[in-house]
Design a binder for this molecule. Structure first.
Ligand SMILES: [Cu+2]
Length: 113
């Protein structure tokens, strides 16, 4: 399974390097292998940013937009509810605006076993 995750991981890592509100922590963390499906995702940033879009994708399926109402102010931490999900490898990708005006486009992936 790892060889399926790696190309995505490196693609996401390369965009993260350009971020101007650095990502400091996520729950679940990038690459996590989870026994139970998470019900929310928490994002922490070193500087304030504002989310404009968050998408959840199961492997190669169509992405769905996650609800970010209430998470659209400039902040350093966001808690985004996830829909009920089953097993599989998921990616969560977000777009946002850093407090310095730069656009951010990053993501993580995790696996529900
Ligand atoms: Cu910047």
């Amino acid at each position: 399974m790892k060889f399926l995750i790696s190309p995505l991981f490196f693609a996401l890592l390369s965009t993260a390097v350009l971020a101007h509100a650095p990502l400091t922590k996520t729950t679940p963390e990038n690459g996590a292998q989870l026994a139970d499906a998470p019900t929310e995702i928490v994002l922490h940033f070193a500087k304030r940013m504002r989310l404009t879009r968050v998408q959840l994708t199961l492997e190669n399926a169509t992405s769905v937009d996650l609800e970010i109402d209430g998470n659209q102010e400039f902040a350093t931490q966001f808690t985004i509810p996830l829909p009920t999900i089953g097993r599989g490898t998921y990616s969560v990708e977000w777009r946002g605006l850093a407090i310095d005006g730069h656009i951010m486009n990053e993501g993580i992936s995790f696996q529900v076993q």
